[in-house]
Design a protein around this ligand. Structure first.
Ligand SMILES: C[S@@+](CC[C@H](N)C(=O)[O-])C[C@H]1O[C@@H](n2cnc3c(N)ncnc32)[C@H](O)[C@@H]1O
Length: 296
C-alpha cells in the first residue's frame, strides 16, 4: 500500500502496520467502527483500500476526536492554524511550547493539540492527576514543517470527508449501538503501557470488562479484529485474551531493536491480532508474509 497520510504524531498509532492488519479484514464491509480510534490510521487505510466508505470514529479523548473531525471536514482551517502557530516558534520554541500547552490546558482547543502532538516527546499523550496535559517538548525537533503537515491533512481529508460519524464515548457505549452489518476494529490501550490510571483520557481499560464486551460481540454475531497484547524480546505487554472467546490469534513481527542487535541480543517486537470466530481468515492465511504467524 502506498504511504498513507498521517498528520497526527501519536504513540500507539497503527499506521506502520495498517496494511498487515487489513489483511484480516473482510474485502468489503458496510461500515467500519473504531471505538478506540486514536489517529484513525486504520480507517484511513481502509478507505484507501476501498474496504468501505462509511466510518464510525470514536475515542474517549475529546480534543483528539475534535481534531480528527477538523482535519477531515475543515482541512484548510486547521492547516492554516498550524502554520501560524508553528511560525510563532522562532528561536524560543521551548518557551513557546509551554505557553501553548498552558493555553490548551485552559481551553482544550483541539487546534492547539495538533501542534502539541507534533512537538512533544514521542507523540505520547500524558496527563497529570488533574487531567492536564503535561508532556514535555522534544528538544531536538521543531515539529512537522507546515507544508508537509498541510499535505498530510489534505490526504486524510480526501479519504474520509463526508464519510464519518465522530463520537466521544466510552467504547462500551459505542459497541452497544452497532449491529451485525458493522465490522469493528478494536485497539485499546495496552495494560501497563497506558500510564496514569487517574488520567481523564488515556486511562487503561479493565481487562474483564473488555473480555465481557468481546463475548457480547460474539453473541450478537458481530465480526471484529482486536489488537491486544504483544512482546519485545522476553518482555510481554498485556495478558492474552482467553481461549474461550474462540478468537484466532496472529502474531505480527513489527520490528527488531537495532540497539539490542548491537549488544548481541535478538530482540523482536511482536504485536498480536485476534480475529473473531465469524471472520473467515482461512483465505488470508495462505497469503501471509513471513513475519505473520498464526498462533491458534
Ligand atoms: C492504542 S490507542 C489507538 C491507536 C489507533 N489505532 C491509531 O492507529 O492511532 C488507544 C486509544 O484508546 C483511547 N481510549 C482509552 N480508553 C478508552 C475508552 N474507555 N473508550 C474509548 N476510547 C478509549 C485512547 O484515548 C487512545 O487514543
Amino acid at each position: 500500500m502506498a504511504s498513507l497520510p498521517h498528520p497526527i504524531q501519536y504513540q500507539g498509532s497503527k499506521r506502520s502496520i495498517a496494511s498487515d492488519i487489513l489483511k484480516f479484514f473482510p474485502k468489503k464491509v458496510s461500515r467500519l467502527v473504531e471505538p478506540f480510534a486514536g489517529t484513525a490510521a486504520i480507517s484511513v487505510a481502509a478507505s484507501a483500500k476501498n474496504i468501505t466508505q462509511n466510518f464510525l470514529i470514536n475515542d474517549i479523548n475529546q480534543p483528539l476526536v475534535k481534531l480528527l473531525e477538523l482535519i477531515v471536514e475543515h482541512p484548510n482551517e486547521i492547516a492554516d492554524f498550524y502554520t501560524t502557530i508553528w511560525q510563532q516558534q522562532n528561536n524560543s520554541s521551548i518557551e513557546h511550547y509551554y505557553k501553548m500547552r498552558d493555553e490548551f490546558n485552559k481551553n482544550s482547543d483541539s487546534k492547539l493539540f495538533l501542534y502539541l502532538l507534533a512537538r512533544c516527546v514521542k507523540g505520547a499523550v500524558r496527563y497529570n492527576r488533574e487531567g492536564l496535559f503535561n508532556q514535555s517538548p522534544d528538544k531536538r525537533r521543531k515539529g512537522t514543517h507546515p507544508s508537509k503537515m498541510k499535505k498530510n491533512i489534505e490526504g486524510v481529508s480526501k479519504l474520509l470527508k463526508g464519510k464519518c460519524t465522530f463520537t466521544n464515548l466510552d467504547y462500551r457505549d459505542v459497541l452497544a449501538q452497532i449491529n451485525s452489518s458493522d465490522f469493528a476494529y478494536l485497539d485499546p490501550p495496552y495494560q501497563g503501557v497506558c500510564g496514569n490510571k487517574d488520567s481523564r483520557y488515556y486511562s487503561g481499560i479493565d481487562f474483564y470488562d473488555f473480555v465481557l464486551a468481546l463475548e457480547d460481540l460474539n453473541r450478537r454475531n458481530i465480526s471484529f479484529v482486536v489488537s491486544y497484547d504483544g512482546k519485545r524480546g522476553d518482555k510481554k505487554f498485556g495478558s492474552e485474551l482467553p481461549k474461550e472467546l474462540n478468537l484466532k490469534k496472529i502474531d505480527i513481527e513489527v520490528g527488531r531493536s537495532s540497539q539490542a542487535t548491537l549488544l548481541g541480543r535478538e530482540e523482536i517486537t511482536i504485536e498480536s491480532l485476534y480475529c473473531s470466530p465469524t471472520l473467515n481468515t482461512e483465505i488470508n492465511i495462505h497469503n501471509l508474509s513471513r513475519q505473520l504467524v498464526v498462533i491458534r
